[in-house]
Design a protein around this ligand. Structure first.
Ligand SMILES: [Mn+2]
Length: 370
């Protein structure tokens, strides 16, 4: 199905109350696409609202329109909704917990660009060649002849910028640039997005990046970079575990690296993120762990200890991406997340000591909380 089915689905229900949901732990594209679509639908006479988006990181706050968000809605509220839009997410299990039941009960339309998405609902438009769901919302508006307000254009611009890595990845196409141009013409400010997303890294986030880099492990002869962050790190730097802190790109950007893997102990299991270059398919390997995403960027959640997840995923990735390199060279995670702030008496966290072999001068005492 394509954009035409989504337009017909919506046109069959003029004035409908539309609940819009992105995926849990929303990112810039999920939020940008949802807020823009809400804005567009409102201007077309629908009553659009975003129930339970969950924790939204500060750098995304410029996208938020508070009056369009409702939290902790009850079943009576859901009964009043006519349809649901599932955006930037193509399966019920990736929705925020509080929105899952409704996605089975209401007539759903689904717009997503994740190659691994099976699709949910009656009208499904999944286009893995699209850079972002925001690009797809732009195409939807154009195909339907619906205009973009400056606010919707800003939201879509932000989603496209974020999901293309600031127009630097393979998903930059004539179509994604055309959508970006359309947003620019409709009033989006590139500076506003850049300032919020990329020029406003908090101290805690920057320090978390440093902590993560301290634990870097290079495997497969320097072609695989892996590291981890734990609950104690989030606590120490006063960060929300559900946030995204631009960590994995620091691993992917190392010269010679073809695959980067980050393990985040977020309290409710281990979140695994994979980024790849070259021929390696991140979505395929994450599908083995009930995850998904794109060929270059994918992830999964594993309900095991950090050590178990580390061993399981790294051995699978080594076998699959780098079969020619020797197996059984996976280093231990010697310090579980719960102990990562323990020191050896000289102020050195043992995990860091073990990770930087023979580089004593690089050791630093643990940082005091900000
Ligand atoms: Mn996206």
């Amino acid at each position: 199905m394509g954009v035409g089915e989504i337009i017909s689905f919506l046109r069959e229900k003029p004035g409908a109350r539309v609940a819009l949901s992105g995926h849990a732990r929303p990112d810039a594209d999920s939020l940008g696409a949802c807020f823009a679509l809400a804005d567009i639908l409102l201007s077309r006479g629908y009553r659009a609202i975003l129930p339970n988006p969950g924790f939204i990181q500060e750098k995304f706050h410029f996208l938020i329109r508070r009056e369009l968000i409702v939290e902790t809605v009850d079943s009576r509220w859901w009964n009043d909704q006519d349809i649901m839009g599932v955006i930037d997410c193509g399966e019920i299990s990736r929705l925020p917990d509080a929105n899952r039941d409704a996605a089975s009960a209401l007539p759903v339309f689904n717009i997503d660009h994740h190659v691994s998405s099976p699709g949910v609902g009656r009208a499904i438009w999944i286009e893995s060649s699209a850079s972002s769901s925001s690009e797809m919302i732009f195409r939807l508006a154009r195909a339907a002849g619906w205009s973009l307000s400056p606010s919707a254009a800003q939201s879509l611009w932000t989603g496209i910028v974020a999901d293309t890595g600031r127009f630097s990845q393979e998903n930059v196409t004539p179509e994604s640039l055309e959508a970006a141009l359309g947003c620019l013409l409709a009033g989006a400010s590139p500076v506003l997005t850049d300032t919020n997303l990329f020029q406003s890294v908090g101290q805690g986030e920057r320090r978390l990046q440093g902590r993560m880099l301290d634990r870097l492990d290079m495997l497969a002869g320097g072609r695989l970079a892996a590291s981890w962050v734990g609950m104690d790190d989030f606590r120490e730097f006063e960060l929300e575990p559900a946030g995204s802190y631009d960590l994995i790109n620091l691993l992917r950007g190392i010269v010679g690296v073809e695959a980067a893997i980050l393990f985040s102990d977020v309290g409710a299991g281990i979140k695994v993120s994979v980024r790849t270059k070259g021929p390696h398919d991140a979505a395929r390997i994450m599908a083995r762990f009930d995850g998904g995403g794109h060929a270059r960027a994918a992830g999964c959640s594993i309900r095991k200890s950090l050590e178990e997840a580390w061993r399981l995923v790294l051995s699978s990735v080594l076998d699959d991406f780098f079969p020619e390199t020797e197996a059984g060279v996976i280093p231990d995670i010697s310090v579980p997340a719960a102990n990562c702030n323990q020191t050896d008496g000289k102020g050195n966290a043992p995990g860091i000591r073990n990770r930087i072999r023979g580089s004593e001068s690089l050791l630093r005492p643990p940082r005091s909380p900000i």
